[in-house]
Design a protein around this ligand. Structure first.
Ligand code: SAH
Length: 185
């Protein structure tokens, strides 16, 4: 069975093709940014969001190391994603890694309300068969609230328009992360 991170990548890989526009909603250390930039190739584009200096610096460094030029790093909240897309743009994939940046300030966390705003906005740009993947880390203070908010939102999405998947290991200790993925029909 694939780990949560490996499965998140599998979902993106199945939906994204070279030339696409995709979103890393929480750049963090930049690992998913690099992964996405390789999936879309030189004719595609990645928009990578983060609000925290440390994450922006780490992601910039990774892009330089990998000589990547198809990625725009945006220091802004992902809920403002629409401001960085043209109204006719379509995205084929997006990923959120929720929670706090490991090794940094544990008080800078993602929050349910802004995550839902970002999701709502991205769903409007998501093309048919595109996927939004949320890796939900919830063991920290504030994590349970965000987890509940997202599960309630995701469960209520119309099944005529979306497939919504939950993936995770139910016998692991200490609040293991799990995936919620939204596929547009
Ligand atoms: N918990 C994950 C990593 C999450 S990193 C793990 O253990 O691997 C989450 C990132 O989201 C952080 O870098 C944080 O700065 C960023 N972030 C928090 N709120 C945000 C927002 N509203 N918009 C964009 N990025 C945000």
């Amino acid at each position: 069975m694939k780990s949560v991170v490996a499965f998140s990548h599998q979902l993106l890989q199945d939906a994204v093709i070279p030339g696409d526009i995709v979103i890393d909603a929480t750049a963090g250390n930049g690992n998913d940014t690099i992964f996405l930039s390789q999936l879309v190739g030189e004719n595609g584009q990645v928009l990578a969001f983060d609000i925290q200096d440390q994450a922006i610096a780490a992601t910039n460094k990774k892009l330089t190391e990998h000589a990547i030029h198809n990625t725009k790093i945006i220091q802004d909240s992902h809920e403002h994603v629409a401001a960085y897309l043209d109204t006719t743009d379509q995205i084929s994939g997006a990923i959120f890694n929720l929670g706090y940046l490991p090794g940094s300030d544990k008080t800078v966390i993602t929050h349910g309300a802004s995550t839902i705003k970002a999701l709502n906005s991205m769903l409007a740009f998501l093309r048919k068969r595109g996927v939004i993947v949320l890796v939900i880390y919830h063991g920290h203070k504030g994590g349970t609230e965000e987890k509940e908010t997202i599960l309630n939102y995701a469960k209520a999405l119309d099944q005529q328009s979306y497939n919504v998947l939950q993936y995770g290991f139910i016998n692991q200790r200490n609040h293991p992360p799990f995936i919620v993925a939204i596929d547009k029909k």
